[in-house]
Ligand binder design. Structure first.
Ligand SMILES: Cc1ncc(COP(=O)(O)O)c(C=O)c1O
Length: 419
């Protein structure tokens, strides 16, 4: 105020205007002009320094170099025809990866959690009954999320390391006839593989939509969305698909879409409303702006799905299976045991290993990182402190990586006098 007054008054006086007081708006502008930059908090300059690590935990896995390179391509506008073509390629690549003919496939802009929230927000109307299979932290989290969208959640639980039997699920579905049944195909906190056999058929009998989390399993283990009658799937880019985090492969069946279109109220999220996002992806014929797609991440995923197509799903599944056996042959040789008791319940992409009595699990993890620049992880949620988790996913699913993990276990156990 004072500054403006000081500057303006002499000028105005020469023009014969006396006793002028600067209006408040001008005074505020003058105050802005004298503000100075505060340098206390400032990003460090210089080139980013990222150490090289082999990521053999539950994810992210290392990205394939071809996928990383795709991210360096020049940006396109998010509505430019060549970019819309890349989005079409993504939808088509996802149809193959999910094994579906459904029109409704896309990449949600965000990580697996965004896919999870999109699924719940679009499939669930307030008051809908949702049966949530809790076999670890991902089921637990979906229960929390569904309650936030006002679902009437019925949680069913198995002890960590076990899966739901067909009979138990049949009984629950018959009793509750829920709008949605949630199951996690690859429960990464416990290392279990939930079988989906026959469930699509059961869900059709009770008017239920079958929703499946495949964040840690897509591309690593068999999945047949149409043949198995799955209605909605979300997944992750940074696990068996070898991409960077930030895109969530997503699928809806015709039944799921019908439910979305029958809703009395729109989904409570604008960001993840599949009616609106579907419009951007051309699901309904036209294409309109909803948000700016993460252009470079979508280039990366275009490349990731090209790699899936080039290798072929059967070959990918077989590669993951083979390396799972290689890992366990070695681990058993070191006297280590699987956390998941039954062979058929064991997830091959995230392997969970019991920490033997008297072994410091964290010291072994630290030694792997310090000595081998190798990430293996401890447990999470119900398994914290009880297990190690070793991921064999995507680009990292190679014999030499598994052998390095085995060397790190051998060395880690030796250093603790356990071998
Ligand atoms: C089975 C499962 N579901 C969901 C998620 C969440 O994915 P994101 O961390 O990409 O949001 C994860 C992450 O590891 C996961 O393992």
């Amino acid at each position: 105020m004072k500054n403006a007054q000081k500057l303006l008054v002499p000028v105005l006086e020469t023009l014969g205007v006396r006793g002028y007081v600067a209006p408040a708006r001008w005074a505020a502008r003058a105050a802005e002009e004298v503000a100075t930059v505060d340098n206390t908090h400032r990003a460090p300059g210089g080139v980013i320094d990222v150490p090289s690590r082999l990521l053999m935990g539950p994810g992210p896995a290392n990205a394939h170099p071809r996928i990383l390179a795709a991210q360096c391509l020049p940006l396109l506008g998010h509505m430019h025809p060549p970019f819309l073509k890349i989005m079409d390629d993504l939808s088509e690549g996802l149809r193959y990866t999910f094994q579906t003919k459904s029109k409704y496939t896309l990449m949600v802009s965000g990580t697996g959690h965004a896919g999870m929230e999109a699924a719940i927000a679009n499939l669930v109307e307030p008051g809908d009954k949702v049966v949530v299979g809790n076999a670890g932290i991902w089921g637990e989290r979906v229960g929390v999320l569904a309650r936030r969208y006002q679902a009437d959640v019925v949680e069913i639980k198995v002890p960590a390391g076990q899966t739901f039997s067909y009979e138990a699920l049949k009984q629950t579905l018959t009793e509750h006839k829920p709008a949605v049944l949630f199951l996690c195909q690859g429960e990464s906190s416990t290392g279990t593989h939930q079988s989906l056999a026959g469930l699509g058929e059961l869900c059709r009998q009770t008017g239920t939509l079958l929703l499946v989390d495949t964040v840690c399993s897509l591309g690593g283990v068999p999945l047949f969305a149409d043949q198995w009658g799955v209605d909605c799937i979300y997944s992750g880019s940074q696990k068996c698909l070898s991409g960077p985090p930030g895109a969530s492969p997503f699928f809806m069946s015709e039944r799921a879409m019908e439910k979305l279109q029958r809703r009395k109220t729109p989904p409570a999220t604008y960001n993840l409303d599949m009616n609106l996002i579907g419009d951007y992806w051309g699901w309904f014929g036209k294409r309109s702006y909803h948000h700016t797609a993460p252009v470079s991440t979508f280039y990366a995923m275009r490349e990731a799905l090209a790699l899936v197509a080039e290798e072929g799903l059967e070959a990918m599944w077989a590669r993951h299976q083979e390396l799972h056996h290689r890992l366990w042959d070695g681990l058993r040789g070191l006297g280590l045991k699987p956390f998941v008791e039954k062979d058929e319940d064991r997830l091959i992409t995230v392997n969970t290993i019991k920490v033997p009595e008297g072994v410091d699990w964290a010291a072994l993890v630290k030694n792997a990182m310090d000595t081998y620049s190798l990430e293996i992880a401890g447990g999470l949620g119900p398994t914290a402190g009880k297990i190690w988790r070793v991921g064999i996913m995507g680009f990292n699913a190679k014999p030499q990586n598994v052998d390095l993990v085995l060397d790190a276990f051998k060395d880690g156990l030796k250093r603790q006098g356990k071998l």
